[in-house]
Ligand binder design. Structure first.
Ligand SMILES: Cc1ncc(C[n+]2csc(CCOP(=O)(O)OP(=O)(O)O)c2C)c(N)n1
Ligand SMILES: [Mg+2]
Length: 360
């Protein structure tokens, strides 16, 4: 896809496939026979839909960054470089499953069918979004998206509770959330996992290990191995390459089937890396957290670039077809952003309504 020098991480700007990394990507496709079978069953339309999802997530973030630079918004929390964890998971779910995305997984909102206008409007604080301008943490139960609150960890017991409801009602539905490596330190995550496991709920909990929490590097806040956590709770655990959309897809599909068979919950540890800052305000400081080689290592593993390269080189998809998808997504995002911005000054919340819908 097109790269944007003004907005992207330095490693992504002149991104070129690295043969050794692409070989790793290909090896992962067959490393686990069960996952390999899931991937082999995907048809071309499904493969292209995954590409479209990755591109949409990336361009959504690039657009937010543009707004930050233009002063339209003050800052943005991005999922750039970690898109595969969200897009791969959403692709493996059914429409009546529910997801609880944290801000790093905001792409789940539009992947599940919420409008891009609404997602942008949430940042602008206009009445075009479900919180009516109150908060950018959005969701919509119509689309099976449970809105988060900004308190990290709290979605785990909430989503485990959704899963418990599905189980008690005998509904073959699955609840999914993503928790960051740092968020696993919260009591809420522990309580939620403990309850989810003991009640055998159809719950999938991603630990999105991007190796940093705000400005604290992973090994400083956790000295264990996330892959060991699931066993401690008595739940099944899987580890995925979080930059590999097909690996995430396949593991989620397997986990969802286990859940629907009453063999949940499942914890999926997604190994990835936060290429940027916690949000746009600390991008420069974040570059000092790890040696340059670490950024280079993960930069070569750009989830969009690696998947695009695989589609072209291994699946024989013409680059022109991918360019058409990208152009369509780009045009849709531009149009949505224009529509959302038109609400500034015209669809602002009325202060008199501030307490409406507030229950506690
Ligand atoms: C309960 C609570 N404590 C602290 C914070 C402040 N806070 C916001 S994000 C964050 C770090 C999250 O790190 P991680 O879980 O690894 O997610 P990432 O941002 O890396 O995706 C912290 C401490 C918060 N929002 N809620
Ligand atoms: Mg983290």
């Amino acid at each position: 896809m097109k790269r944007y020098a003004a907005y992207e991480f330095p490693e992504y700007v002149d991104w070129q496939p690295d043969p050794a990394v692409q070989a790793e990507f290909a090896a992962r496709l067959t490393a686990d026979p069960e996952r390999a079978a899931r991937i082999a069953a995907l048809d071309e339309a499904q493969l292209l839909a995954l590409y479209e999802g990755l591109v949409r997530a990336r361009l959504h973030d690039i657009h937010l960054k543009r707004w930050v630079k233009q002063g339209v918004i003050v800052k943005a929390w991005l999922g750039s470089g970690e898109e595969a964890v969200t897009i791969g998971a959403c692709a493996a779910l059914r429409p009546d499953d529910v997801v609880g995305p944290m801000i790093r997984n905001a792409a789940a909102c539009f992947q599940r069918g919420m409008s891009m206008v609404e997602c942008f409007a949430a940042y602008l604080g206009t009445t075009d979004c479900i919180t009516q301008g109150r908060d950018l943490h959005i969701g919509d139960l119509k689309h099976g998206v449970v809105p988060p609150i900004s308190h990290i960890g709290d979605l785990v017991p909430v989503m485990a509770g959704c899963a418990l409801a599905f189980k008690l009602r005998n509904e073959p539905r699955v609840a999914v959330t993503w928790t960051g490596d740092g968020s696993t330190a919260t009591g809420a995550v522990h309580e939620g996992l403990r309850m989810a496991a003991s009640a055998r709920t159809p719950f999938i909990c991603f630990v999105q290990n991007n190796q940093v929490a705000l400005g604290t590097r992973g090994p400083v806040h956790f000295t264990g191995d996330f892959a060991d956590l699931a066993a401690a709770y008595g739940m099944k655990g899987l580890v995925v390459d979080g930059n590999h959309v097909l690996d995430v897809y396949a593991a989620t599909a397997i986990a969802a089937d286990l859940c629907r068979r009453g063999e949940g919950p499942v914890m999926i540890v997604a190994q990835t890396f936060r290429m940027g800052g916690h949000a746009t305000h600390d991008e420069r400081e974040a570059r000092d957290l790890f040696p340059a080689e670490v950024y280079q290592h993960w930069g070569k593993r750009d989830p969009v670039g690696c998947y695009e390269t695989w589609l072209v080189q291994a699946r024989g998809i013409a680059p022109e077809r991918l360019a058409v998808i990208e152009a369509q997504v780009d045009a849709a995002i531009e149009a949505a952003a224009r529509e959302a911005v038109s609400g500034k000054g015209t669809r602002e919340p009325d202060p008199a309504t501030v307490a409406d819908g507030v229950w506690a």
